[in-house]
Design a protein around this ligand. Structure first.
Ligand code: C2E
Ligand code: MG
Ligand code: MG
Length: 718
């Protein structure tokens, strides 16, 4: 080799840009050297694209005046050229436009640029073709073996420059990753999946676990904190990741400062290109999140006053799983106590009751105690309790229903308790419905009541009735019976009370006591009430043709008074039939009046303006006060049957009944006595000056035909 060429290669080897892995600068320098050393007009360096589809220009050195512009070369467009390069170290084309590997360049490149000869050498790393050095001459040339060898050396130096560049960029990247991983707040560890030795651990991990990198690197995985503190959990997680390639979980650990921290961790298995399997562990400190979550849950699921679980939580759990047993405890007389002594006292009592209940129930094996209403608590048992539910209820009652001392005063605590066992529940009986029913019984009887078979049968019957009620109207199963109302002084029939009957397809005729309440609670009362009014008024309209002053008493339920369109129905019917004013009497029970006196009183006044008379039914059984009687446009009172029934035996009733009659007269009300069955009762009522009577003595409720034939022709009944 000529000395010049050897020096040139040496110059290239020593080039600082080459040593630093700057490929482009090195290539530029190499191209220039090639032109000089080989006396060529131009030399260029090319590299393959990453996907090997194109050869891209890196640089070109050309003699003055030359302006070759390079563009990427498609590998598929020049198969012969690339084929040659892959197979040979050089491509010597003395007459390039005729050479089989380069002739394809002739029309677009060689001819227009006046290129005659080409000498190319591949740039290879580990035998893999990465690019090409191209020397081109405008003159005819016969490239010597020496020329080709020298270009080969040039190409090797370029390959070295490129390898250096790649390596340094890889090392740089590795360094970058290491820094990034050490900066991360997430804890990271890499474990060799075969030897189970730790290969990497980041700073965040050390901050949590303490120690230095040397305490971990190349040490067995058992050195990790998780294995030190939760060996069983860690072992299972490791097994899982080795088997499935992934696992995650949460664990509690104690840091070197003795603080308890919660961490979550994820472990992934991965395999490197060299087929080495590793596990990468990421973990985060979730102590703050957990505390926040717990706080939110506490707010959402706990009762702020007592700290017990609240209704929402209890119901949620109930939906998830039916417990073995439930007890419902209700404080008796809490509302009046609260009203009387103030909320501060009420709250203290509730807190104390909750505390006792929680304490005691826990000892009895309860899994949950919740406050589900103002003064209602439940105790849930997930495991069959050792004692019978009744015995449990008694123990709780004994411990909880003890007076609460506040200051100098002791406030008595009374509890009603109801219970239900899982064995008595089924798809149609919900635990809460069962408890409510048992509680109603408990309050009624004044003792603990369990939901038993009798209650369940009753419950199922109610449910059945509720379902059947929905179809009863359309199937025309309802009927009105009419009971005569007699004027005591004359013995004349003055009116009729319309009483609802249901011809139940299976159960036969049912009286209102069997279904009115259910209809009220299920909302069915509105359409039924409308039907009753319309039917009774139509009947009255027919009967008034014979007896124009005949009255019709229709029972109206509280729900109709408070919610429905009672006024509208009455208005329509009265207009339609042109009934004698004052002959429609609506019977309202006392209790329904009390509920919302404001609303009721407005409606009653409007009804009064339509000429409708209001009667208070079952008078004496509720809490009517004189004030209500004065405020409402009431025209009639009906003394409840219970007072009349006992007249002969009860001295008390013999005093109450005349008192009610006297009061009614003083208020200018027409007084009717209900349930008159004997002549003795009748005579007593005559003596008291009672206006009207109703009862089996005068006539039972009968259907419209019988009523017509018996009472609208015969008037003298006394
Ligand atoms: P109420 O309005 O007090 O009706 C009188 C009830 O006493 C009727 O019972 C009647 O059959 C019964 N009765 C009348 N005289 C005697 C007697 O001498 N001895 C005895 N032992 N009982 C007598 P019924 O028909 O079973 O109705 C019960 C209750 O159902 C009614 O009491 C009323 O509050 C309600 N009710 C009846 N029909 C309707 C209705 O269409 N709508 C609404 N909302 N409630 C109704
Ligand atoms: Mg009535
Ligand atoms: Mg009554």
């Amino acid at each position: 080799m000529k000395q010049g060429r050897a020096d040139a290669i040496e110059q290239l080897i020593q080039l600082p840009e080459k040593q630093a892995g700057d490929f482009e600068q090195t290539a530029q320098f190499a191209a220039q050297l090639a032109c000089e050393q080989l006396g060529a007009e131009t030399a260029s360096v090319w590299l393959f694209s990453e996907n090997q589809t194109h050869l891209n220009p890196v640089c070109r050195s050309q003699s003055a005046g030359r302006t070759i512009v390079d563009a990427p070369l498609s590998v598929t467009a020049l198969p012969d050229y690339f084929h040659h390069l892959h197979r040979h170290r050089f491509l010597k084309a003395d007459v390039a436009r005729l050479h089989p590997a380069t002739k394809a360049f002739a029309p677009g490149y060689l001819v227009p640029n006046g290129i005659h000869a080409m000498l190319d050498a591949g740039i290879r790393i580990n035998g893999h073709l990465e690019g090409v050095v191209c020397i081109e001459s405008l003159r005819p040339r016969q490239w010597s073996a020496e020329d080709a060898h020298w270009v080969g050396q040039l190409a090797d130096q370029l390959a070295l420059a490129m390898a250096t560049q790649r390596q340094s960029s890889q090392a740089g990247q590795l360094d970058l990753f290491r820094h990034a991983m050490d900066q991360s707040n997430q804890r990271l560890a890499i474990i060799d999946a075969d030897s189970l030795e730790i290969r990497y651990i980041n700073q965040a991990y050390l901050r949590l676990a303490g120690g230095t990198v040397d305490d971990y690197i190349d040490k067995p995985v058992q050195q990790l904190m998780m294995f030190q503190q939760n060996p069983e959990h860690a072992r299972m997680a490791l097994e899982e990741v080795l088997e499935t390639g992934f696992c995650r979980g949460e664990a509690q650990v104690v840091n070197p400062r003795g603080q308890i921290r919660w961490v979550d961790f994820k472990v992934n298995r991965f395999v490197t290109e060299s087929n080495q399997a590793y596990l990468v562990l990421y973990s985060d400190d979730i102590t703050a999140e957990r505390a926040h979550k717990a706080e939110l849950e506490h707010l959402a699921w706990r009762c702020a006053l007592t700290g017990l679980y609240n209704r929402a939580y209890f119901l949620n759990r109930l939906r998830e799983q039916t417990p073995a047993a439930l007890l419902l405890l209700d404080l008796d007389g809490f509302k009046p106590l609260n009203d009387l002594h103030g909320h501060a006292v009420g709250d203290r009592i509730l807190k104390e009751v909750a505390r006792r209940l929680h304490h005691c129930a826990e000892r009895l094996g309860a899994s949950l105690v919740a406050r589900i209403g103002a003064d209602e608590f439940v105790v849930r048992f997930d495991v069959e309790p050792a004692m019978t539910l009744e015995a449990l209820a008694e123990v709780l009652k004994e411990r909880v229903a003890v007076p609460v001392r506040i200051g100098a005063r002791a406030y008595p605590v009374f509890l009603s308790v109801a219970g239900v066992c899982r064995s008595l529940l089924n798809d149609s009986v919900e635990p809460m419905a069962a408890l409510d029913l048992a509680m109603a019984q408990s309050k009624l009887k004044g003792r603990t009541q369990l939901f038993d078979h009798a209650l369940r049968d009753h419950f199922c019957e109610q449910v059945q009735i509720q379902q059947d009620l929905r179809k009863a109207l359309t199937r025309k199963e309802f009927e009105l019976h009419y009971q005569p109302l007699i004027e005591l002084s004359t013995g004349q029939v003055r009116g009729a009370e319309a009483l609802l009957r249901w011809r139940h397809p299976q159960q036969g005729q049912l009286g209102p006591a069997r279904f009115i309440e259910i209809a009220e609670s299920s909302g069915a009362i509105e359409p039924i009430g409308r039907w009753v009014l319309e039917t009774a008024l139509y009947q009255l309209h027919l009967w008034q043709r014979k007896k124009p002053d005949l009255e019709m008493h229709v029972n109206v339920s509280a729900k109709q008074l408070l919610g429905g369109d009672l006024y509208e129905i009455c208005w329509n019917q009265l207009n339609r039939y042109r009934l004698t004013p004052g002959t429609l009497v609506l019977e309202i029970t006392e209790t329904s009046l009390l509920e919302e006196i404001q609303v009721v009183s407005r409606l009653c006044n409007q009804l009064g303006e339509l000429g409708i008379v209001l009667a208070i039914d079952d008078f004496g059984t509720g809490y009517s006060s004189m004030r209500y009687l004065q405020r409402l446009p009431v025209g009639k009172l009906k003394i409840d049957r219970s007072f009349v029934m006992d007249l002969e035996h009860s001295k008390e009733n013999r005093e109450i009944v005349p008192a009610i009659i006297a009061m009614g007269q003083a208020l200018d009300l027409v007084v009717t006595a209900e349930g008159v069955e004997t002549t003795a009762q009748r005579d007593f009522l005559v003596r008291c000056g009672c206006d009207m009577v109703q009862g089996f003595l005068f006539g039972r409720p009968v259907d419209q035909h019988q009523f017509e034939s018996e009472y609208l022709t015969l008037t003298e009944r006394v």
